[in-house]
Structure formats: C-alpha cells, structure tokens
Write a new protein. Structure first.
Length: 106
C-alpha cells in the first residue's frame, strides 16, 4: 500500500516538475524576446546620433589637422606646454602622496 502511495507521489512530483519547466521556459522565451526587441529599439534610436557624432569628429579632426599644417610651431609649443604641465602635475601628485617610511623589520 505504501509503495503505491509513494509511486503516486513520485509521479505527481514528475508531472508538477514538467509543468513548472514549461512555465519557466515560456516565461524565459518571452523575456528574451522582450529584451531583444528593446535592445533593437535602443540601437535604432541611437544609430542616427552616432552617425552625426562620427561626422562631427571627422570634421573637427580635419580642422585641427589644417591648423597644425598652417601653424606647425604653434602646435609644437602647445604640445611642449601640455607635456610640461603634465610632468608638473605628476610630480606634485607623486610627491604629496609619499608613503610612510618603513623599517626593514616591518
């Protein structure tokens, strides 16, 4: 008697697991589809702005290149000045964050 009862319980559990598996599978497929659709919408909305940004960057880089060709010494001066400022800032930051002196036994 108890054997039939336990086999009926196992059978009921299998049926329940199968039902839950179908539910989870259906919900995950729906969530995947919704996420894919939202990602496609976001891509479609962002694509025109990205194209405009690329065109703007190209135009600005051409303008900078033209100025660099017309004024090579000015550009060299700007590069040297930026390098000097970077070195100074790096030196100041490096010297202000000196680690605590450590003894050889610590």
């Amino acid at each position: 008697m108890s054997f039939n009862s336990s086999s009926e319980d196992v059978s009921a559990l299998r049926d329940e697991v199968a039902r839950l598996t179908k539910i989870v599978s259906s919900q995950s497929a729906r969530a995947y589809s919704d996420t894919r659709d939202k990602a496609a919408e976001a891509y479609d909305a962002a694509a025109p702005y990205a194209k405009k940004a690329v065109a703007q960057v190209k135009a600005e880089s051409r303008a900078v290149a033209d100025v660099a060709r017309e004024h090579p010494t000015g550009i060299a001066g700007v590069v040297v000045l930026a390098t000097a400022i970077g070195v100074a800032v790096g030196y100041i930051l490096g010297s202000s964050s000196e680690p605590e002196p450590r003894s050889w036994w610590r």
